[in-house]
Design a protein around this ligand. Structure first.
Ligand code: NDP
Length: 292
């Protein structure tokens, strides 16, 4: 019997319904500003997807499409203007940026109240300090929150279980570990310097893979019956073939795992849906409570 498919659409739909309902009960229309620089095709398609979803959810959006040559001071000036504008509730700087632009100063320059990606050090600290990101109004990174929402939607328990996260990036791996810890899992984080990756991944009841390596996780690396969440996205194109999307988990894992997220159609929709909810949350913080 193959693994149960943990599709993202229904879980994302539940988050979007919540975002829409909460947005409509505000006195203002939440306004999300998306900033991109250069012509990276993945960035372009992510921005388009986020903008489309925001409009459907009832949010206002503005996109700043900047040239590849934009400088750090120019971006910092734009962020300062947006921070000072009370009509802007969420600010997102789309990654990847052109290589000459350092990411950390940009994350630090976004007003923490408008930091819908949850990358500002204040919000990172709040997430790690043990504040429950899901039950309390903390702005935390969208993909990890989306993964937890996906697991909960499909009734996969996390509390008290062994969770293994492959990857330790600021965007996915580390905040994923914090979110799972906050949900009472016992968490291991593995990376390139970890020894015996397969032995570590086989310990997982819940295995979340965000390594950015196509088909890194094979069937022998998964405990039978485990839940496997594949965060990886890779565009594979052969000569004369249409572009296909694949993940970090080999399709053969479906024969071993108890439940598995598909690529595409698994984690991706949750990331976008959680961004909508984070934007509404940011607007609520600013409009209703006026707190940092
Ligand atoms: P990064 O490249 O920033 O990080 C990858 C992490 O995986 C690193 O910590 C790295 O370890 C670890 N890693 C890589 N290879 C191995 C290996 N062989 N064994 C153990 N650990 C390994 O990637 P991101 O976190 O930004 O993204 C990961 C994937 O998720 C990508 O495919 C990306 O496209 C996708 N993604 C999907 C999203 C979605 O919405 N579905 C959203 C965001 C990302 P080390 O630190 O030692 O180098």
């Amino acid at each position: 019997m193959g693994a149960r498919v943990l599709a993202g659409a229904s879980a994302a739909g539940a988050l979007l319904t919540q975002a829409s309902r909460r947005a409509s009960s505000l006195s203002i229309r939440p306004h999300l500003v998306l900033i991109r620089a250069g012509t990276d095709p993945a960035s372009l398609s992510y921005i388009r997807g986020k903008q489309r979803q925001a409009e459907i959810t009832g949010l206002r959006t503005t996109v700043h499409a900047l040239p590849e040559s934009v400088t750090l001071p120019e971006l910092l000036t734009l962020l300062a203007t947006l921070n000072a504008d009370s009509g802007v509730h969420g600010i997102l700087v789309q990654l990847p940026l052109p290589p000459h632009l350092p990411v950390a100063p940009l994350h630090e320059a976004v007003d923490p109240r408008k930091d819908v990606d949850g990358f500002h050090p204040l919000n990172v600290g709040r997430l790690w300090s043990g504040t429950r990101a899901v039950d309390a109004p903390v702005l935390a990174p969208c993909t990890p929150l989306g993964v937890l929402a996906l697991l909960r939607h499909h009734g996969i328990p996390v509390a008290g279980r062994r969770a293994v996260v492959v990857g330790r990036s600021d965007i996915v791996g580390r905040p994923m570990a914090a979110v799972l810890l906050g949900a009472d899992a016992t968490v291991t984080v593995v990376h390139r310097r970890s020894t015996d990756l397969a032995a570590l991944t086989r310990e997982a009841d819940v295995l979340v893979v965000a390594a950015g390596q196509p088909w890194l996780i094979t069937a022998d690396m998964v405990r039978p019956g485990a839940t496997v969440v594949d965060v990886g996205i890779h565009r594979i194109s052969g000569e004369g073939q249409p572009v296909r999307l694949t993940g970090d988990v080999h399709p053969e894992v479906a024969g071993v795992a108890g439940a598995l997220t598909p690529v595409p159609g698994g984690v991706g929709p949750l990331t976008v849906a959680q961004l909508m909810l984070n934007t509404v949350l940011a607007a609520e913080r600013q409009v209703n409570w006026n707190v940092v």
